[in-house]
Design a binder for this molecule. Structure first.
Ligand code: NAP
Length: 339
């Protein structure tokens, strides 16, 4: 069976997902596209060499009989509307992060999906599909270092543009750690605190950079994450888990090591897209497989999207207050625990 997909939002990641759904992955075809900018969508269809109908109205695309499933890659504030419309139409939907821009928006989606009675939503958190994170999780689940006690992470970007503001370090950047660490540690968060070290001269006046977020989990694990989005030297994602019997490190991406000109050298990626490029493929293939098998067994659920949003809200509050802010996460409903 070939899954016929309609894509809403044909910007940067929308075009990348259309390419992989059309030319790389197994069992899918993009048959319909929508974007607020008709020309952008039509040019994308032409450049990617697919036959897909342009819909000026995203709601008509969602309801179209030739569309089996929807991929939402438009601007974040539109996600809730399009995901809710997909659920109302009974269509499976892959939504790029964030699921919605508020925790309440995510909860609305959770409630609609539970009322529908069957899982339809996968959220575009790709790190759990990355092979290096999977290796680290396997080591932890195998008990290689005993119980995890402390986690140190880095989320460094070479630079950001002028539109990037202090809260985006949480809602755009750290949101990936909020998702992946819950999955990695099989845990939920209890509290958040944010500390601002000395500010880099490379950051704009409206950005505090770097920042340190300290999370405590329900099991008592402390997670220390340095977020530094103007670090200049590379896109660098690090994670080290300190356990009772040892330390487990997130493997570095494969790069050739050089001994050359009196130096021992290893490259560091500059482009975030390259770091997780394979994970995006695996994640979207999982969506195709979830839909075609009729069982959503892989990938972030709407509940995971909600959990990340609840934690992000507390982190943003902690940025503003300087206090330790509680993260009050309700118990996972049985509907999502079956995963
Ligand atoms: P982008 O390049 O700005 O693309 C978004 C597209 O959606 C643009 O063409 C935009 O048009 C269009 N759009 C805006 N409002 C719309 C509406 N009401 N209906 C239909 N189309 C609309 O942004 P992007 O970088 O691709 O990001 C898109 C989403 O993916 C964001 O939520 C982002 O957080 C997420 N993302 C996730 C990852 C990840 O690692 N998982 C990576 C990148 C992006 P205009 O440009 O005319 O506004």
């Amino acid at each position: 069976m070939t899954l016929k997909i309609g894509v809403i939002g044909t910007g940067a990641i929308g075009q990348e997902h259309i390419e992989r759904l059309s030319h790389k992955l197994i069992g899918s075809r993009v048959v319909a596209v929508n974007d607020i900018n008709e020309q952008v969508a039509k040019e994308a269809v032409k450049r990617i060499s697919i036959e897909a109908k342009f819909y000026a109205d995203p709601h008509k695309l969602i309801k179209a009989t030739e569309v089996d499933a929807v991929v939402v890659t438009s601007w974040g504030p539109t996600h809730e509307e399009f995901v809710l419309a997909s659920i109302a139409a009974g269509k499976p939907v892959f939504c790029e992060k964030p699921l919605a821009v508020t925790a309440q928006g995510c909860k609305n989606i959770v409630d609609a999906e539970i009322a529908h009675g069957k899982r339809l939503v996968q959220v575009g958190f790709m790190r759990p599909f990355d092979s290096t994170y999977r290796q680290l999780k396997q080591a932890l689940d195998n008990g290689e270092i005993g119980q995890p006690l402390l986690v140190n992470c880095k989320h460094f970007n070479p630079e950001v543009d002028d539109s990037y503001k202090t809260d985006m370090a949480i809602v755009d950047t750290f949101i990936h750690e909020l998702d992946v660490l819950r999955w990695l540690l099989n845990d939920d968060y209890k509290s958040a605190r944010v500390i601002y070290p000395r500010k880099t001269s490379k950051a704009s006046s409206h950005l505090a950079d770097p920042q340190i977020v300290i999370l405590e989990t329900v099991k008592g694990i402390v997670i220390n994450t340095e977020i530094f989005v103007n670090c200049r030297y590379g896109y660098d994602i690090q994670c080290e888990v300190i356990g009772e019997d040892g330390i487990a490190y997130l493997p570095e991406p494969n790069q050739v090591t050089f001994r050359k000109a009196a130096n021992l050298q290893r490259g560091i990626l500059m482009d975030w897209k390259k770091r997780f490029i394979d994970a995006y493929d695996v994640e979207l293939q999982a969506f195709i497989n979830n839909v075609t098998s009729g069982e959503f067994t892989q990938g972030a659920s709407a509940w995971d999207g909600y959990a990340a949003a609840v934690a992000a809200d507390a982190c943003v509050k902690a940025q503003q207050t300087g206090n330790i802010e509680p993260i009050e996460m309700p118990v996972t409903p049985a509907f999502y625990a079956q995963k």
